[in-house]
Design a protein around this ligand. Structure first.
Ligand SMILES: Cc1cc2nc3c(=O)[nH]c(=O)nc-3n(C[C@H](O)[C@H](O)[C@H](O)COP(=O)(O)OP(=O)(O)OC[C@H]3O[C@@H](n4cnc5c(N)ncnc54)[C@H](O)[C@@H]3O)c2cc1C
Ligand code: SF4
Ligand code: SF4
Ligand code: SF4
Length: 542
């Protein structure tokens, strides 16, 4: 039983003289609101629910709630950009709950303890093809298997993971973590065919007896930009350098490296260059820092590691080791414009990190499928123009992140299931979001968030060791307890204790409390005193 922090108990309906009947104008009702964190998580996790379980140290129960939506807590706890924390109401009180760090703790605890995913249901005889084993493909395969389908993943590379393996550096996502979470998912009986590039979706579907397919092929091609260059210029794709390093190679980039671009790939490439021995790694980006697509934490970590930034600059020419950089200025619409002011910088190589494109070769062989603005066009149910062929992750429109990939994989599984059943996928509308103004924050005491340990910047660039550490059990417990349970009752007994007419009764069920309207005067004290906004007044029914 959890501690009831605000418990004040009275005997049930002890003041029976207050039988007040229906002379209220408004009545209190218990509600369930959508917590802002849940609403912001691209993977659709029920964060509040797993934090609630973690609050009393029930870590396995918390992990089990989490993996219903996302089978990769240890991965997410390392690479997710945690928009849930940006949305967290606690951020307006002191600082956001460290959701991501608790998620990582649960993920690591599961690995340490060897927890396995729940046994899936027996196979229903229907087979689904998944193309690509990045986060989107793996998440779709997981959810489809949980719905009873036989799933086969075809993966072009020789290992599973997509950009989690080929792109994200090991100092942010150690490969033993990635390996364990993927292996645990495959143990559910999902078949993975490596080095099996699909070049004709319909042919693969026919051969494998598949009734539907999910394309999760990502955006794997480095965007090509024309940079005038002399023959001796050394211009490389940042993505291929990251891929080589992630495969165990140690390419010689030289002492001075320029990275061209402003996204996360650029940050990872510059940080990797430092670890490969570059004394100087300079990021050249056309706009200002606030317009950089790279995540703020990644930019800050890169700067800590000695990466230099040159904002409002573009590369106009590369000739041998001479790199000509032109200064830019933003016009009234925020679009960078050339100024004509140029400067030469010397560099041993230039790494291009200007975005990624979807490989259209597969799309071109699939009648009905279309690329629009560089991504696969899909309808509201995520189906491409080819009946029964769905698409998600980086290959389709939307956010490009591991978390969004997991979320779209889950949504695709639901849509594929509905299509195979001849029904429409049940959409769960987000519901009324529990905003900060609905909380009674004076009930909550200040509690600064637990900080994750980080390797010293000087130590970091000496090798590829993981930079950010995890929370220990005590800090994870503390951090989970910082959750305000926005919009949903957490059983504090406050309403039960403060009602002057003892009209609040305890019941078994979803809320654990109910109002006895024969005794409630409609004074609204319970609403005013509920810390988390789980009761509201509504007009009296006449
Ligand atoms: C350097 C870098 C760092 C990043 N860092 C982060 C981060 O920290 N956090 C974050 O959230 N996101 C990050 N991202 C973005 C994130 O990795 C992607 O958004 C995500 O991996 C996309 O998932 P996906 O499943 O759609 O595609 P991918 O991960 O790209 O996987 C696609 C898979 O499909 C396979 N494939 C392609 N075509 C075929 C075919 N015809 N047949 C069979 N297989 C095929 C590919 O080999 C690949 O394995 C980063 C990306 C990069 C490049
Ligand atoms: S996956 Fe990301 S957004 Fe979702 S709960 Fe975890 S950290 Fe937050
Ligand atoms: S306080 Fe808890 S429920 Fe509220 S937004 Fe933050 S994590 Fe979610
Ligand atoms: S409804 Fe609010 S006041 Fe009543 S027990 Fe739940 S959290 Fe506490």
């Amino acid at each position: 039983m959890k501690d009831k922090p605000f418990a004040i108990t009275l005997d049930i309906r002890s003041s029976l003289a207050n039988h007040t009947g229906a002379w209220r104008a408004e009545r209190p009702v218990y509600v369930d609101r959508t917590p802002p964190c849940n609403n912001a998580c691209p993977a659709g996790e029920n964060i509040q629910s797993w934090l609630y379980a973690a609050e009393d140290g029930s870590y396995e129960a918390a992990w089990r709630r989490l993996v219903i939506d996302n089978p990769f807590p240890a991965i997410m706890g390392r690479v997710c950009y945690h928009p849930c924390e940006t949305a967290c109401n606690r951020g307006q009180l002191d600082s956001a709950v460290g959701i991501n760090s608790v998620e990582r703790f649960l993920g690591d605890e599961a690995i340490r303890s060897g927890w396995t995913l729940p046994e899936p249901p027996p196979l229903n005889g229907v087979r689904v093809l998944v193309v690509g084993s990045g986060p989107a493909g793996l998440s779709a395969a997981y959810q489809l298997r949980r719905l009873g389908y036989a799933v086969v993943i075809h993966e072009a590379a020789d290992q599973a993971g997509g950009m989690m393996r080929l792109g994200i550096p090991t100092f942010r996502l150690p490969r033993d973590i990635l390996d364990v979470e993927i292996a645990r998912l495959l143990e559910l009986g999902i078949e993975l065919k490596l080095q099996s590039k699909v070049s004709d979706v319909h042919a693969t579907m026919r051969e494998g007896g598949f009734s539907a397919a999910f394309l999760a092929i990502g955006a794997q091609l480095s965007h090509r930009a024309y940079v005038p260059a002399g023959q001796s210029a050394r211009i490389l794709s940042a993505l291929s350098v990251l891929g080589d390093v992630n495969s165990g190679e140690r390419p010689m980039l030289g002492r001075r490296v320029i990275v061209y671009g402003g996204g996360n790939t650029a940050m990872d490439a510059a940080r990797t260059a430092r670890r490969l021995g570059a004394d100087e790694a300079l990021v050249v980006y056309r706009r200002t820092r606030d317009r950089m697509p790279a995540n703020d934490v990644e930019v800050a970590e890169a700067i800590d590691e000695g990466v230099q930034m040159r904002w409002l600059s573009t590369i106009t020419q590369v000739d041998g080791s001479r790199v000509q950089v032109e200064r830019m200025m933003l016009d009234a619409d925020g679009v960078p414009q050339p100024t004509g002011e140029v400067e030469d910088i010397t560099a041993d190589c230039v790494l291009l990190a200007l975005g990624q494109d979807v490989d259209r070769s597969l799309v071109d062989t699939l009648p009905g499928a279309l690329l629009v603005d560089g991504v696969l066009q899909t309808d509201d149910s995520m189906m491409t123009g080819a009946p029964g062929v769905f698409a998600g992750g980086d290959a389709a429109a939307g956010q490009r992140s591991v978390t969004a990939g997991v979320g779209t994989g889950k949504a695709a599984a639901r849509n594929i299931h509905a299509w195979l059943q001849g029904t429409a996928a049940a959409e769960t509308p987000p519901g009324d979001v529990a905003t900060f103004d609905r909380l009674n924050t004076w009930y909550y005491s200040d509690a600064p968030h637990a900080v994750r340990p980080r390797l010293d910047a000087a130590r970091r660039v000496s090798d590829f060791a993981e930079v950010v550490g995890g929370l220990d059990s005590e800090s994870a417990l503390y951090e989970a307890r910082r959750c305000l349970s926005c919009g949903n009752c957490f059983g504090c007994d406050n309403c039960y204790g403060v009602c002057p007419d003892n009209a609040v009764i305890k019941i078994d069920g979803a809320h654990g409390y109910a109002i006895d309207y024969d005794y409630c005067k409609g004074c609204g004290i319970c609403v005013a005193e509920c810390p988390c906004g789980a009761i509201e007044m509504e007009p009296e029914v006449t």
